[in-house]
Structure formats: structure tokens, C-alpha cells
Design a protein around this ligand. Structure first.
Ligand code: PLP
Length: 376
């Protein structure tokens, strides 16, 4: 008879000793970033966008930290995300569903007291019938497409809604919103064009609070300041003003564990495909992080220890990466030590640049095998 082990049916969050890497999330920095955005946005309100599990950092933990700063409005993408967030946060905050209402999801959205962002006449009609069936008013936002061509009612749909006196029967319209496609390029002419289109479209809808800005939109200045902002990225430390100094505090630190060290002689080949060959002797370490943890396979990143750069050599594997640690004193590194791959020496935006993507994708790719530490 074998021993009786308790086997969890799902991956549980690993302990520090059992994990391959440690993800540290500074909730205090998220709160400070919220305060900085609020200061920029004047007397208008700032919501928190916590879709995709709070950009990979934990939607419930992030939202609770923001609530402690007075934030009472959250945005997620999916109804299922909204249902989980409602369970974590309780009744008080407003939870908007950016991706709208998929057919059939109306009862779940109503039961969790979510506020769908209605993106089409069909969604508006479905929510209206839900309200009629429940014999109650249901909250909603309407999104209009001001020029991104992604989500929201087209100008012709807005016109049809405006011409229908029964359009909002049973609906408590709380917000009219749109989304900017080029807010991270302040000089882009699309910004002004979208702002003017938004002005025109919302003028034919009921006079309710308006929201246009994501993180970068908050930095476009006074004309873009409506009643509510919807930042995500900037809360998590991603630079909302690319090319300028980052006005936000860093939030994330990712450290990978050294799982083996070795000395490689001249001519040794490293990793899958033998893409790296050792010229002269080098000391190498293998770290416990790979593309299965969301670390992008392409791109020439590095790890850091004591501010010393330790370049990746060879290909990124599924669960490991080999690094050149010759620049460190030999006694500095042993099995079990942690090296930084995201942090003060290499920011989320740096990693994005090095791996050919954006900070958003770096964060939302972060895997579930890390030991997580929350600060603040
Ligand atoms: C994701 C999203 C946001 C947040 O954008 P950031 O650039 O992360 O600030 C705001 N509004 C909508 C509609 C979104 O989809």
C-alpha cells in the first residue's frame, strides 16, 4: 500500500521553497499610482481597470487596495471576471463589463449586480428585456465607437437609439464611454478626431457622466478630462507616457531561482539547437523560469544580481533559462539564490522592449507557478 498523499485537484500557489520564481507585487505602489492619477485628473473620478486578473497581478487584491484609496468603480472585460470580483469585493463598488453582454449571460450579470457596457442595439434590447422580466431597473453603460472600430455602437446605431423614446426603458444609464486608439501618442491626430466624435455622439444620448481616458488619455490634458477615467496599465507601473520619464512607481518584481551552476569550457554548446557556443571559459547558471511562465522566448534579455548584468545565453526553454554569471565573484551565487528578471535593473517596459512586445503583454503573460508576495 502506498502512502496517502493529499493531491490538490488544481495547482495551488507554491511556497517559496517549492516555487521556481518569486513574484512580488507592491500594493502600496499601486495605491500611490492611483493617487498620482487622481491628482492629474483633478476633481473628476478615477476608476480601476482590473481585467485579466488585474493585469496578472491579482484582481481582488488590487481592487481591495484601490478601495482603500476611495476607488468605488472597477472595470473588467468579461462577465465571469465580474462575478468573481463581486464575490471578493461585496456589494458596494460598481463593476463594469467592458466586453459587453454575450447572449445568454444577462441573468448572471444581473444576479451579480454587474453593469454591462452595452456595445450594440442588440445588447441594449437584451438588457431591457432582462429588466422587464425582473421588473426592476438595471444599471448600464453605453459605449460608442468614436473611431477605433473595436467595440461600441456605430454612429448610425447611436442615431437609432436617440430616435427611440423607449430605448432606455428599465435601464439606469450611468455612463457613456468610448476608447482612444492612440492615446500613448499625444501628437497623433486621431486623438482629437476621436474626442470630437465622442462629443457629437454623446450629445444625442441622455446626459449622463462620460468617460474617454485610459492611462495615457489622462496625460492628454484638460480637453480630455471627462467625469471618469479608466486607467489600468499606469496603476501597475507601465509608463503611460512612452518616450518621457515614467511618472508612475514600479509595482512588480520577478526573481527566478538558480537551480544549477556550472563552469563551461571553451567550445561548449548551450541550450536547444546549440545556438550559443562558449568562447573562452565561462561560469553559467540555470534559472527556474521559462516560456511556460510567460517569459517570451524571443529577445535578448538578462538577469541581474547586485546590479550586475547576467546575460541569457542559448534559447529560453519551457521551464529554464541559462545565464552567464562570469561577471560575479565566484562565491556570490549558489543553488537556491534568486536573480532579478523584472525589477529596478530591468523594468516591465524594458522587458517588453527586449522581447518585442508591450508591458501589458509582459504582465498579463505572467504564469501561475510563482510564489507571490504582496507588499503594503
Ligand atoms: C483595457 C482598457 C482600459 C485600460 O487601458 P490602459 O491603457 O491599461 O490604461 C480602458 N478602457 C478600455 C475600454 C479598455 O479596454
Amino acid at each position: 500500500m502506498g502512502r496517502n498523499f493529499e493531491v490538490p485537484s488544481e495547482m495551488v500557489e507554491p511556497s517559496l521553497a517549492a516555487a521556481g520564481a518569486v513574484l512580488t507585487i507592491d500594493l502600496g505602489a499601486i495605491r500611490e499610482n492611483y493617487r498620482r492619477l487622481q491628482a492629474r485628473f483633478g476633481s473628476a473620478r478615477v476608476a480601476g481597470v482590473v481585467k485579466a486578473d488585474g493585469y496578472g497581478l491579482g484582481a481582488a487584491r488590487v481592487a481591495q487596495a484601490l478601495m482603500a484609496e476611495g476607488c468605488d468603480t472597477f472595470f473588467v472585460a468579461h462577465v465571469c471576471e465580474g462575478v468573481s470580483l463581486r464575490a471578493a469585493l461585496g456589494k458596494s463598488p460598481a463593476i463594469y463589463i467592458l466586453n459587453g453582454l454575450p447572449p445568454g449571460a444577462e441573468p448572471e450579470a444581473a444576479a451579480a449586480e454587474l453593469t454591462p457596457v452595452l456595445n450594440s442595439i442588440g445588447q441594449l434590447a437584451a438588457w431591457r428585456s432582462m429588466a422587464r422580466n425582473l421588473a426592476m431597473k438595471l444599471p448600464a453603460a453605453v459605449q460608442v465607437d468614436s473611431g477605433m472600430s473595436r467595440l461600441g455602437m456605430a454612429p448610425s446605431e447611436v442615431e437609432a437609439v436617440a430616435a427611440d423614446p423607449q430605448a432606455f426603458d428599465g435601464i439606469d444609464l450611468r455612463l457613456v464611454m468610448s476608447h482612444l486608439a492612440c492615446a500613448d501618442e499625444p501628437g497623433h491626430q486621431a486623438n482629437e478626431a476621436q474626442r470630437l466624435a465622442f462629443e457629437a455622439l454623446r450629445a444625442s444620448l441622455p446626459a449622463v457622466p462620460a468617460a474617454l481616458d485610459n492611462s495615457s488619455g489622462i496625460f492628454l490634458g484638460e480637453p480630455y478630462r471627462y467625469d471618469l477615467a479608466r486607467p489600468g496599465a499606469a496603476l501597475y507601473g507601465i509608463n503611460p507616457t512612452p518616450g518621457l520619464e515614467n511618472p508612475m512607481l514600479p509595482v512588480v518584481r520577478l526573481e527566478a531561482k538558480v537551480i544549477q551552476t556550472r563552469t563551461l569550457e571553451e567550445g561548449a554548446s548551450v541550450g536547444y539547437g546549440h545556438t550559443f557556443r562558449v568562447a573562452g571559459r565561462l561560469r553559467a547558471a540555470t534559472i527556474s523560469l521559462g516560456y511556460a511562465d510567460g517569459w517570451h522566448r524571443r529577445g535578448a534579455a538578462a538577469a541581474f544580481l547586485d546590479g550586475v548584468r547576467l546575460p541569457f545565453i542559448g534559447r529560453v526553454s519551457m521551464d529554464s533559462i541559462i545565464i552567464d554569471v562570469s561577471a560575479l565573484p565566484e562565491s556570490r551565487l549558489k543553488e537556491g539564490d534568486l536573480v532579478e528578471v523584472i525589477g529596478p535593473s530591468q523594468t516591465v517596459d524594458d522587458v517588453a522592449m527586449l522581447t518585442g512586445t508591450i508591458g501589458y503583454e509582459v504582465l498579463t503573460s505572467l504564469g501561475c507557478r510563482f510564489h507571490r508576495r504582496y507588499l503594503g
